[in-house]
Design a protein around this ligand. Structure first.
Ligand SMILES: *Cc1c(COP(=O)(O)O)cnc(C)c1O
Ligand SMILES: [Zn+2]
Length: 401
């Protein structure tokens, strides 16, 4: 029903082969025999979840699942009004089992690991991938090894990886260094690599597109805005919408719009300069640690997604990210981590510079939960007001400015 195919030389590999990139170095895609997949809107009634779309997922065995997906699609009318927009939604991926969209990829990826008979799973991570892999590894009863950039991982994510029993290695280097090392480790030791270079992870993540279209009554928004780190998610969501269009479930594919932090923006630079490939950044830096990546592995796929869909890419500063995080939190009641807020910061910037029109229907993906990075919150919010335990002191403090 499906196979792996190189996006550069189109060499095909059977689904039983453990391989992450083509022998030519190109990225792989999971390609289905779409002529044999018949799904109608009628087949897709019922609550949202990753495994609702099983007919479009490359798995035959019982999935390793914690009920991932089914995340809320909120309207953000106050922020929209403030920007002069009408229809803006937030797909809050922080509501997944471990608090980020990575669970969609891991439920499929870890299930695939079992299908392939792999005995250990591994990844490099800025934090959320490691949290998710630790949890799904525990659920599957398979040991997990995670490599993290030392000192640059939000505490909530680290706590998850540790508590759920992964072997946690803190690398004296950045994410890009950790990824290079874990790829080498997987090749040498036969561990199963679950970074987003693994095309099966992206298959799980494409269900973000399915859920958005499903929830909107099988209509696609005009535009999707999301943060871009390793550029797997933008690629996955684009593939999801394209599949829905191929199957006749939606009429058009949204403009894929990627947002990067100013200090880590190789994809934006390539789009703006019209380059065929990115130039890696040696020293990526941003408060949004989940997208602190200088050499995104999926950049070739992401550039294609942005260009083919008529989308764009834009940078935002750390200040703009923190402001957007605050606005989502106090104006809309939606708590997200800094990387996630970059989608809203990007929305604001693209409206201000006239790229986004006021009649567009827009869905912003907020990728991870506020509680992932509470250290950052404490550093940017006012301190609690400490007072004596008397009603006078309480009243005085309540009414103080
Ligand atoms: C992983 C992650 C991203 C980046 O996604 P990519 O697929 O690497 O582009 C953004 N935000 C959060 C919270 C993440 O965990
Ligand atoms: Zn190839």
């Amino acid at each position: 029903m499906y196979h792996l195919e190189c996006i550069e030389c189109h060499k095909k590999y059977p689904e039983t082969e453990v391989i992450y990139t083509c022998t030519c170095g190109g990225l792989l895609d999971v390609i289905y025999d779409y002529s044999r997949i018949h799904i109608t809107k009628k087949d897709l009634t019922g609550p949202l979840s990753v495994w609702k779309y099983r007919a479009l997922l490359p798995i035959s065995r019982e999935p390793i699942s914690l009920q991932e997906g089914g995340t809320p699609l909120y309207r953000i009318d106050r922020i929209a009004k403030n920007l002069g927009l009408k229809d803006v939604y937030v797909k809050h991926e922080g509501m997944n089992p471990t608090g980020s969209f990575k669970d969609r990829g891991m439920t499929v990826g870890v299930t695939k690991a079992l299908e392939l008979g792999m005995k250990t799973v591994a990844c490099a991570s800025t934090g959320n991938t490691s949290a998710s892999l630790a949890v799904y590894g525990a659920r599957a009863g398979v040991p997990a090894v995670v490599l993290l950039p030392s000192g640059k991982v939000a505490l909530g994510k680290l706590a998850q990886a540790l508590m759920h029993g992964a072997k946690v290695l803190s690398i004296r280097g950045n994410f890009d260094d950790a990824l290079k090392l874990v790829r080498d480790l997987c090749d040498r030791e036969g561990f199963y690599l679950l970074n987003s270079v693994n095309p099966y992870r992206l298959e799980g993540q494409k269900t973000i597109a399915f859920e958005i279209a499903d929830k909107l009554g099988w209509n696609a928004p005009d535009r999707i805005i999301l943060p871009v780190g390793n550029a797997g998610n933008i690629t996955a969501i684009y593939k999801g919408f394209k599949e829905l269009k191929n199957l006749g479930l939606i009429e058009r594919v949204p403009k894929m719009t990627g947002i990067q932090a100013q200090g880590a923006s190789p994809v934006v630079a390539a789009i703006k300069n019209n380059n065929p490939a990115i130039t890696p950044e040696k020293h990526p830096e941003t408060v949004a640690t989940a997208i602190r990546i200088g050499n995104p592995v999926n950049s070739i796929k992401a550039l294609k997604a942005i260009r083919e869909s008529g989308g764009t890419a834009e940078t935002v500063t750390d200040e703009e990210i923190i402001r957007a995080q605050h606005e989502l939190a106090y104006m809309e009641g939606i708590g997200v981590e800094p990387a996630s807020a970059s989608s809203i910061a990007g929305l604001r910037k693209l409206v201000e510079i006239g790229v986004i029109g006021n009649d567009e229907i827009i869905a912003c993906v907020t990728t991870g939960h506020l509680l992932k990075d509470s250290e950052h919150v404490l550093s940017v919010c006012p301190k609690p007001i400490e007072i004596d335990a008397t009603i006078e002191a309480v009243r005085k403090a309540v009414f103080s400015k």
